[in-house]
Design a protein around this ligand. Structure first.
Ligand SMILES: NC(=O)C1=CN([C@@H]2O[C@H](COP(=O)(O)OP(=O)(O)OC[C@H]3O[C@@H](n4cnc5c(N)ncnc54)[C@H](OP(=O)(O)O)[C@@H]3O)[C@@H](O)[C@H]2O)C=CC1
Ligand SMILES: Cc1cn([C@H]2C[C@H](O)[C@@H](COP(=O)(O)OP(=O)(O)O[C@H]3O[C@@H](C)C(=O)[C@@H](O)[C@H]3O)O2)c(=O)[nH]c1=O
Ligand SMILES: [Mg+2]
Length: 313
C-alpha cells in the first residue's frame, strides 16, 4: 500500500517513514516546495494526485504555538484551509484520509480527561486553526479519521524533550510549569497507531471507524514532571541533566495561552480501532537514547552492567 504523508521533516512524518517502511508500506513524504499547504486548492489537489496514493495522512501543520499568535493568516491557511484541501483531494481520489489534530482544541477547564464529543474551546490561534481544520476535513471527506494527539516528542524535529536536553547541557536548574496537564506522546507510537487506523479504513467501511478520535500516550503528567522524567532518563545514560523547579504558568509568560488540562480520554479509539498507545514512561527512554550523542561517558549503572556482562564472558 502506497501512503502519501504530508511534510518531510516533521516528527510524525519522519516516524511514519521509519515505522511504515519497517512494516512494508510504501511511504511517500511530500512537502514544500512540491506540496505547500499554504498554496491554493488546485495546486494541492494536483500534487496529491501526482503521488497516486492508496491512502493519505495529513501530518503537516503550522505547529509553532506562540508564533501563530502573530501569524494567524498563515496558521489558518495551513492548518484549516490546507487541511480542507488535502481532504478534498483524498475524496476526489476516493482514498481514505487520516488527519492529525491536537489537544489544544480544548479550553482546559474540564476537571477530567476530555472525550471526543466534549465541547471545544481553543485558547490559542493554533488551537482555533486546528479546530477549523477538523471542521473542513469532516465537511470534505466522509472516509476520514481525525486523530487528536498531544505533547508530541521524538528523535525528529523540534520538541520539548530536545529542548530540555539542550537547556540541560549548560544549566543546573530549569524552571518548568507544573500547572498544565496532558499526555506526552511519542511520534513513533503515533506512527504505529496511524498505520493501524489506515489499514482499518482501507479494510472496513464501518462508519464507527470514521470521525474524531483521541490518540495519545496512555498516562498524563505535567510539564515539570515530564522534564524530571527526561532528566532522570538522560542522567541514567550519562546525558545532560538539570534540577527542575516547579513554577506556575503565570511565572512563565508566553504569547499563547495553553489549556490547564488537556488530558485526552482515548477509549473510543481503543474500542473502534483496537489501538492504544503506551505511556510516556515506557516510550521516553528509546527517544532519549536516540537523542544523546554516541560517544558519551557511560553512567555508573551502565558501567556496572557492562562489566557484569563482560565478566560473564
Ligand atoms: N508537535 C506537537 O506537540 C503536536 C502536534 N500535533 C499535530 O500533529 C501533527 C504532526 O505534528 P508534528 O509532526 O509534531 O509537526 P512538526 O512541527 O514536527 O512538523 C510540521 C510539518 O509540517 C510541515 N509544514 C509546515 N508548513 C507547511 C506547508 N505550508 N506546506 C507543507 N508542509 C508544511 C513541515 O514541513 P518542513 O518539513 O518543510 O518543515 C513539517 O514537516 C500536526 O497536525 C500537529 O498539529 C498535535 C498535538 C501535539
Ligand atoms: C522551554 C520551557 C517551556 N516551559 C513551558 C512552556 C509551555 O507551557 C510548556 C511546553 O512548552 P512547549 O513550547 O515545548 O510546548 P507547546 O508548544 O505548548 O506544545 C504544544 O505543541 C502543539 C503543537 C500541540 O499540539 C500541543 O499538544 C503541545 O504539544 O512548557 C517551561 O515552563 N519552562 C521551559 O524552560
Ligand atoms: Mg513549542
Amino acid at each position: 500500500m502506497r501512503i502519501l504523508v504530508t511534510g518531510t521533516q516533521g516528527q510524525v512524518a519522519r516516524s511514519l517513514l521509519e515505522r511504515g517502511s519497517e512494516r512494508g508500506y510504501e511511504i511517500i513524504l511530500l512537502g514544500r516546495p512540491h506540496l505547500d499547504l499554504a498554496s491554493g486548492r488546485s495546486e494541492i489537489v494536483a500534487a496529491v494526485e501526482r503521488a497516486r496514493p492508496d491512502a493519505v495522512v495529513n501530518a503537516a501543520a503550522y505547529t509553532a504555538v506562540d508564533k501563530a499568535e502573530a501569524d494567524e493568516a498563515a496558521a489558518f491557511a495551513i492548518n484549516a484551509d490546507g487541511a480542507g484541501s488535502v481532504a478534498y483531494a483524498a475524496a476526489r481520489l476516493a482514498v481514505p484520509l487520516v488527519h492529525t489534530s491536537t489537544d489544544y482544541v480544548f479550553d482546559g477547564l474540564k476537571p477530567a480527561a476530555f472525550r471526543e464529543n466534549d465541547p471545544v474551546g481553543p485558547t490559542s490561534v493554533y488551537g482555533r486553526s486546528k479546530l477549523d481544520g477538523e471542521r473542513q476535513v469532516l465537511a470534505e471527506h466522509d472516509n476520514a479519521a481525525i486523530l487528536r494527539t498531544a505533547w508530541v516528542y521524538s528523535p525528529f524535529g523540534a520538541n520539548f524533550v530536545k529542548t530540555m536536553l539542550r537547556l540541560g547541557t549548560d544549566r543546573e536548574e530549569l524552571r518548568v510549569v507544573s500547572d498544565q496537564l496532558g499526555n506526552p506522546t511519542s511520534a513513533l507510537d503515533i506512527a504505529d497507531g496511524i498505520l493501524k487506523v489506515v489499514a482499518n479504513l482501507a479494510a472496513d467501511r464501518d462508519e464507527n471507524l470514521r470521525g474524531i478520535f483521541h490518540m495519545a500516550g496512555s498516562e498524563s503528567t505535567n510539564w515539570a514532571e515530564f522534564a524530571e522524567g527526561i532528566f532522570a532518563t538522560s542522567a541514567a545514560r550519562g546525558g545532560p541533566t538539570a534540577r527542575v523547579v516547579r513554577i506556575g504558568s503565570s511565572d512563565f509568560p508566553t504569547a499563547a495561552k495553553r489549556p490547564a488540562n488537556s488530558r485526552l480520554d482515548c477509549t473510543k479509539l481503543q474500542s473502534a480501532h483496537q489501538v492504544s498507545l503506551p505511556s510516556w514512561r515506557t516510550s521516553l527512554s528509546d527517544v532519549v537514547e536516540r537523542l544523546l550523542p554516541g560517544d558519551r561517558e557511560p553512567s555508573p549503572e551502565q558501567q556496572t552492567e557492562t562489566s557484569r556482562l563482560s565478566s560473564q564472558g
